[in-house]
Structure formats: structure tokens, C-alpha cells
Design a protein around this ligand. Structure first.
Ligand code: 4AZ
Length: 530
């Protein structure tokens, strides 16, 4: 019903409702003050503007009330919808327009009211949805999230691979891959492939090897390998199983070491030819082949000049004075103290005979020489040095390193000293000699040498029998003094031949450099720690 505008009627100010922009994919729009009467004389514009590709659907509520006229279509108040070139309405009366599928992404809803009437208005909800994209199949060993029956414009899915598999797209591996449904109803990208993680060929293990658990040498997720060391001359360090499994990230992994590899360390102090009680020397005599596989001969000018001991597979421990020009006995004019050139001598491993060739010998060059930092040529304190071999020794039954000492030994412990040094008749022996002697009490040794104004310091160990007889001598210097550790069954290096007053004299004892005391320095320089 229309009431003509008159001076008496109350003038309602037109409500401001012309600037309503809806940019969300869903929303609710209603006439002003709904469900109360809408204001008069208003022109309300509601815009729904979405990206191209969306189609807006309007759903009017059943409760719909706009002033109308029985004969004329919506002459007073009305709602009109423009969707691109299409128009819907005008609508008025009490019949809800219901659902309108506009197929457009931009909608303008114009609501006009004139200056009379009391009607409750309208309310609608809208949704915008795009065209569906084709059904997506997850790749083998992968999944699609979120999982839906249909996907439409703007929907995004993430393709993730199962544990042990990686997304492979254009040759690039990644954790996951996203594809989006586009406005043309096509996916932005093809579904990637899930490729099984591959640990590839296991890293090489020096002095060791890897064997595959599977007959076809698989290196993929959950495959296994077993590292082993070249037995019996190398052993695994730390002492672990050596089993590795290819993990989901494509790395070989061990339960004990994670991604770290074990190492293969030389086996020390366990000669294949061990001393039987029968072969045990009491008076000193020729050594048996292979019973001191750690002994090294330092050779120069066609003859041996010192001994040494192999530690690890590329280091020799010897006496510092062996490598010192100044103390070279044959040197007529003592020169200022200097180290001999590494290229001036040869190290021979696997040696037995003094001056004849052995089938087992290995000739090595010295790469570098390290003299103990506290070595004092005048007093023979810290008479110990290290020689780096220019190549690795090939470990076998005749070439094997000696172990490090692990504790101070009591006096009278029996030790074995070997060397090619001069015999007391001043002749070189035919082959390697060895003696078994007891360690001397430090105070007793000190006392014996005090008479000669010689000082026995804490870095020195004495050994020998009081009555003399069995002793190291010229040419034995640098050579090993070893003992069998009954607990471990390993031979260990206690000292290196250093000096003494004469050879084999009674109440005189041989003096040896204390390896246990030099051990921190030896480990630091060589890196050997088995
Ligand atoms: C030397 O001249 C030497 N009796 C080594 C050891 C001893 C004496 C001399 C101990 O190499």
C-alpha cells in the first residue's frame, strides 16, 4: 500500500546501504534491519565480486516480504540482480525467489524501497564455487591431502609420499608437492611420482668392505649392508656390528653409529707366531721369524743403524738420538744438533736376517720425522721420536704393529728386547736377536748410574739383570722393549732402547725411553689410538 508523500508524513532519512562489497566465497546478505521492516526510500547496492572462475549461487530464505502490487510487477519496492549480462528479477511480494544459480563471478544486488510500506524484507546466503577438476588418483606409495570426492576451482591438494618414498617432479626430489584446481577446471600440474629412497652405493671403508644383505645388491629404503674389516689384520673400531640399513631419508644408518662409519684399525700385538714356552729365550738368542712382526730396521749406507717399532700402519717409534746427526757415532766432527733427512735412510719391515734379503721384507721411505719436544741430546731425556712412513705398511703375518702400554709395570716384570745391534764381540748378528730381562727398580738404577754422574729421569726405564750379560747394545737403539699383557693377550710397547754404560756390564742396566709417559704426545702426533 502506498501512502503519498505529504508534509504531514514523517520523513525517514534514506539509509546508507550502497557500498556493500562481499569478496568472500560465502556470505549472508539481508535487507536493512531484517527481520524488522526495511527503511523507506532506500537504494541499497550489494556487490559480490569474486575472482573469475567462481560461479555465485544465491539462496533466498523462505521468509521474503517486499511490497508489491497485484497487477503491476513490483512498482514500489523490489530487488534486482545483475550477473554480467544476465538479469534476475525484479522480485517482490512474499514468494521467495529461492535458489538462483547465476554462473557469474560478479553479482550486483539492488534493493529499492519507496517511501511507504511496512515489509520485513529478505535474507539470502550465497556461495561461490568453481568448476570441478578431474578426479585425482594418489600416486603409488603416496597420498593426497585433503581427500575429497571432488575438487573445484582454488582447491589445493598436497601430494605426500609414504615413509621411505620421495616426491619426484621434473627430476627434483622433495618432501611434498602441491597442485591447485584452476578456473578452467584443470589441475595446475600432473601428480608427481613417489620414488623409493635410495642410499646408493655404500661409502668405501678403508681396509674394510661392505656386503649386501639382499642377493640383488639393493640400496633402496630398508635394504641392509654389512661392513667388515680385512680380517685378521684389521678390526672394527668402535667394536660394533657394522650393520647399516637404508633409512627413509636415503642414508645408510647403523643402530650404534647413526650415519657415521666405523673404522678398520690395525690389529696390534697379536703375532700369528707366538712364543711357545719352549721357544722362550732365557739366555738371549736368535728370534724366530714373525714373533716380533712390529720391529722395524732403520737402514742407511747399506747397513742397519737403529731399530724401531711399527704403530698403526704408517708410523715408527724409535729413539730420537737415532735421527740426530750430532750423536751419529761415526760422525768425526759433531755438528750442531740437527735431524737427519727423511730421505737419507730406509725403514724395512718384515725383516729377520741382518744383512741378507728376506722374502717378507717391505722397504719404506720416511715422510717426516717428529722428535719428542723435550728431547735433550746431552742427557738422553725423552729420547723418543716418530717417523711417518710415506706409504702404508701392508699388514701380514710378518708385519703387524705393536700395542700401546696401558699401565706402569712393577719391577721384575719380564720384558723382551730385540734388535740387530752389535753383539758383545762387536759383530753384527746373523739375524734378529732378542733377550728376556726383568725391569729394574727405578731407585736401584738411579743409584747405579749416580756413581757415573749420570741421571736417570722419570722418562727412563731400566732393565737388565744385576750381574749383566743380557743387554741391548750399539745398533739396538730405538728398538722395542715389549711385554705380554696377560689380561688382553696383546704384546705392548713399554720402552725404546736408548742408552747405557757399555753393554752387558754388571750393575749397569740398559736404559729405555718410557713409552707410557710419551703416549699423549705419540697419540697426538700420529692420531693412532687403537
Ligand atoms: C747404543 O749405542 C746403545 N746397553 C744402546 C743401548 C745400550 C748401550 C748402547 C745399553 O745404541
Amino acid at each position: 500500500m502506498c501512502v503519498r508523500f505529504s508534509a504531514l508524513s514523517i520523513v525517514f532519512p534514506a539509509v546508507e546501504c550502497s557500498d556493500n562489497l562481499f569478496a568472500q566465497r560465502n556470505g549472508v546478505i539481508h535487507s536493512p534491519d531484517f527481520p524488522n521492516s526495511y527503511p523507506k526510500s532506500s537504494d541499497c547496492l550489494y556487490r559480490i565480486e569474486l575472482e573469475e572462475g567462481f560461479f555465485i549461487t544465491l539462496q533466498f530464505e523462505d521468509s521474503f516480504d517486499i511490497e508489491d502490487h497485484p497487477e503491476v510487477t513490483c512498482p514500489y519496492d523490489y530487488i534486482k540482480i545483475t550477473a554480467g549480462v544476465k538479469e534476475f528479477g525484479p522480485f517482490c511480494g512474499e514468494r521467495s525467489p529461492g535458489r538462483i544459480e547465476t554462473r557469474s563471478n560478479i553479482i550486483h544486488i539492488l534493493f529499492h524501497s519507496d517511501n511507504s510500506g511496512e515489509n520485513r524484507g529478505w535474507k539470502l546466503s550465497y556461495t561461490a564455487i568453481g568448476d570441478p577438476c578431474p578426479l585425482l588418483e594418489p600416486p603409488p606409495n603416496g597420498r593426497i591431502d585433503p581427500s575429497q570426492a571432488t575438487y573445484t576451482f582454488k582447491d589445493q591438494v598436497v601430494i605426500t609420499c609414504n615413509t621411505g618414498y620421495n616426491v619426484l617432479k621434473d627430476g627434483v626430489e622433495s618432501e611434498s608437492f602441491q597442485v591447485e584446481c584452476m578456473k578452467d577446471g584443470m589441475w595446475s600440474n600432473k601428480v608427481p611420482v613417489c620414488q623409493i629412497a635410495d642410499c646408493k652405493a655404500p661409502p668405501r671403508l678403508e681396509h674394510g668392505f661392505a656386503t649386501f644383505s639382499s642377493p640383488d645388491n639393493l640400496t633402496t629404503f630398508q635394504s641392509g649392508i654389512q661392513y667388515s674389516c680385512q680380517q685378521p689384520f684389521y678390526q672394527m673400531m668402535p667394536n660394533v656390528s657394522g650393520t647399516y640399513t637404508c633409512n627413509a631419508k636415503g642414508f645408510w644408518q647403523s643402530p650404534e653409529l647413526g650415519r657415521r662409519l666405523p673404522t678398520c684399525q690395525p690389529v696390534c700385538g697379536k703375532p700369528r707366531f707366538s712364543r711357545s714356552l719352549l721357544a722362550r729365550i732365557s739366555r738371549g738368542g736368535h728370534a724366530q721369524r714373525g714373533m716380533s712382526p712390529w720391529i722395524a730396521m732403520l737402514h742407511r749406507n747399506g747397513r742397519p743403524f737403529c731399530g724401531g717399532s711399527l704403530i698403526g700402519n704408517r708410523w715408527i717409534v724409535t729413539a730420537a738420538h737415532c735421527l740426530h746427526e750430532e750423536l751419529e757415532l761415526e760422525d768425526p766432527v759433531p755438528r750442531s744438533s740437527s735431524i737427519i733427512s727423511p730421505s737419507s735412510f730406509t725403514i724395512i719391515l718384515g725383516k729377520h736376517r741382518t744383512q741378507r734379503r728376506d722374502d717378507t721384507e717391505q722397504h719404506m721411505q720416511a715422510g717426516a720425522i717428529f722428535v719428542h719436544p723435550s728431547y735433550k741430546p746431552a742427557t738422553f731425556e725423552h729420547d723418543i721420536a716418530l717417523v711417518a712412513l710415506s706409504e702404508e705398511a701392508r699388514l701380514n703375518d710378518y708385519v703387524m704393529p705393536i700395542c700401546f702400554p696401558d699401565s706402569v709395570l712393577p719391577k721384575d716384570t719380564m720384558v723382551i728386547v730385540s734388535g740387530w745391534g752389535k753383539q758383545f764381540l762387536k759383530r753384527l748378528p746373523e739375524a734378529l736377536m732378542e733377550i728376556e730381562i726383568p725391569l729394574t727398580d727405578h731407585a736401584l738404577c738411579k743409584e747405579a748410574y749416580a756413581k757415573l754422574q749420570k741421571v736417570i729421569t722419570d722418562d727412563m726405564i731400566c732393565a737388565g739383570e744385576k750381574q749383566g750379560g743380557k743387554d741391548a747394545c750399539s745398533g739396538d737403539s730405538g728398538g722395542p722393549m715389549v711385554t705380554l699383557n696377560n689380561r688382553t693377550g696383546e704384546w705392548q710397547l713399554i720402552g725404546t732402547v736408548s742408552w747405557g754404560d757399555g753393554c752387558g756390564l754388571n750393575d749397569r742396566y740398559g736404559v729405555y725411553s718410557n713409552v707410557l709417559l710419551a703416549l699423549p704426545w705419540i697419540k697426538e702426533v700420529t692420531g693412532v689410538d687403537y
